[in-house]
Ligand binder design. Structure first.
Ligand code: PLP
Length: 481
């Protein structure tokens, strides 16, 4: 039986379904599998020619017991999760530049046009599946920098087992992203625009953490989360590294690097997990924008919240990446006492220093960099003007990082840059990058977003100081009457 434990070490091991439905462990820690499964050389060869869905089935089977989700049901869940992706490869790898070792993996072909669809579709369907079996319902609360909310709302829409409460910092996400949530007419979707978020989405995470830390209230209100604190998100995200590896490697076993635009560190944590499972990734580049808490931690060993800067790559405007503790847990031999004490030092003093061994170990698998808005915009412009390939601002952060760091990687090492959103979600940034006078290129538009502009909008509003009571009140009133 595959069991899940907490990074804080304060719970007895639980099964996959409990870990997924609880979202966060009762001791406030994050769920991780008791043992990290390894990929054998034999498996690596066998898997190298699989399509994405078949590979996902193999990888997820390492983490989920058949008694909990039968193999047929797992196949169905995977197939349903990717049924409305608009590309036959689901997550195609393209090589648009004359630099033949620089690849882009397009992770934005899902229904809400960001990489969040990849894990969210599966997570929400899996929750629905498990809840139906238990005859239960839950309230999903999540904070979004613009992409998690639409992905969760879209996947939850119309499901009888779930009510979805996406919270977003008002005015800090694009109009298109907001409309993806507010134009869903389903009765189980309640987007909330929260004003006065001085630290952006991090302010919302604080309120959610407070709501969840009160175990009684969490149970009474039947709360759970699909933010990347939820183990299932990280688990599913390992698949695109393995798939991308096969698409980019010269031969199975040779190294490949990944460049990852990083916010809450869920995606990169998955890449690091794939490394630990034995995938020959030479390095994962943690690409920050000017919100560079992670770059500072990975380059100096000091983990300390940076000041929030609003950037053109707003989906990664995060000052406190909550997957950092899960990442450290993986990189400290599962030493929960150590992680708990580091968390306490951080809570008490606002910063924590990595010990030199951990710091050195991490540097073997992670490289980091912070990219300025100027460079992000330049990268979008150059990619489009020279190669006709339109990047979104987050993909541009990844490409900019890869170009700068390529000389420091192995000479023959391919780099896979993760393009995490469709450019049509950020028309203002694209205009800014290409020059305001230019008409938005066809690749910068998307019918789904155009259609949403014509629909009526529905949202609740409150200030961040009101949020905790506001949310409890609304959830109580809606509690499955
Ligand atoms: C969420 C998001 C990211 C960051 O992913 P994390 O797992 O939070 O690090 C990057 N790009 C886009 C477009 C996103 O929506």
């Amino acid at each position: 039986m595959i069991k899940y434990i907490s990074t804080k070490g304060g719970i007895s091991p639980v099964s996959f379904d409990d870990a997924v439905l609880q979202g966060i462990a009762a001791d406030g820690g994050l769920f991780v599998p008791e043992i990290i499964p390894t990929i054998t050389t034999e498996q690596l060869h066998e898997w190298s020619t699989l399509d994405y869905s078949s590979l996902a089935y193999e990888v997820l089977s390492l983490f989920i017991d058949r008694q909990i989700i039968s193999s047929d049901d797992l196949k169905t869940l995977i197939a349903d999760s990717f049924a409305d992706f608009d590309h036959p490869d689901l997550i195609p790898l393209v090589t648009p530049y004359d630099n033949s070792r620089l690849h882009i993996m397009e992770l934005f072909h899902g229904p809400t046009l960001s990489f969040k669809d990849i894990a969210m579709g599966f997570l929400v369907r899996t929750m629905d599946y498990l809840l139906q079996k238990r005859n239960q319902r839950i309230n999903l609360i999540l904070a979004t920098t613009g992409d998690t909310g639409p992905a969760a709302a879209n996947a939850s829409a119309g499901r009888k087992t779930l009510t979805c409460w996406p919270l977003f910092p008002a005015g800090m996400i694009s109009v298109e992203q907001e409309q993806q949530m507010t134009t869903l007419q389903d009765e189980n979707i309640h987007p909330i625009a929260v004003s006065e978020c001085l630290e952006g989405v991090d302010d919302l995470d604080v309120v959610i953490a407070r709501l969840f830390s009160d175990t009684k209230r969490k149970e009474k209100l039947k709360l759970s989360s699909v933010n990347s604190i939820n183990w299932c998100r990280v688990m599913v995200q390992t698949v695109h590294y393995i798939y991308g590896y096969f698409k980019a490697c010269k031969n199975v076993g040779a190294p490949v690097a990944f460049s990852v635009p990083s916010g809450a560190l869920g995606n990169l944590c998955a890449g690091n997990l794939a490394q630990k499972m034995g995938l020959p990734i030479s390095t994962c580049i943690c690409a920050n924008n000017q919100n560079q808490t992670l770059h500072t931690a990975f380059s100096t060993g000091v983990f300390k919240k940076c000041e929030l800067v609003q950037t053109v790559s707003s989906a990664i405007d995060i000052v406190l990446p909550y997957n950092f503790w899960r990442f450290l847990f993986f990189n400290n031999n599962y030493d929960s006492a150590k992680i708990t004490s580091m968390m306490k030092t951080f809570d008490d003093s606002g910063e924590v220093q990595l010990d030199s061994k951990t710091f050195e170990d991490i540097r073997h698998s992670i490289t980091s960099i912070a990219i300025s808005d100027e460079r992000t915009l330049h990268t979008i412009r150059e990619s489009y003007d020279k190669y006709g390939y339109l990047l979104d601002p987050h993909g541009a952060v990844a490409v900019a990082a890869a170009k700068i760091l390529q000389p420091t990687l192995g000479k023959d090492t391919p780099i896979v840059c993760l393009a995490t959103a469709h450019p049509a979600k950020f028309p203002e940034v694209i205009r800014k990058a290409l020059g305001d006078s230019k008409e938005l290129p066809a690749q910068g538009k998307h019918k789904a977003l155009e259609d949403a502009k014509l629909l009526p909008e529905k949202k609740l509003t409150c200030t961040v100081s009101e949020l905790e009571n506001f949310l409890s009140h609304h959830i109580k009133n809606s509690l499955f009457a």
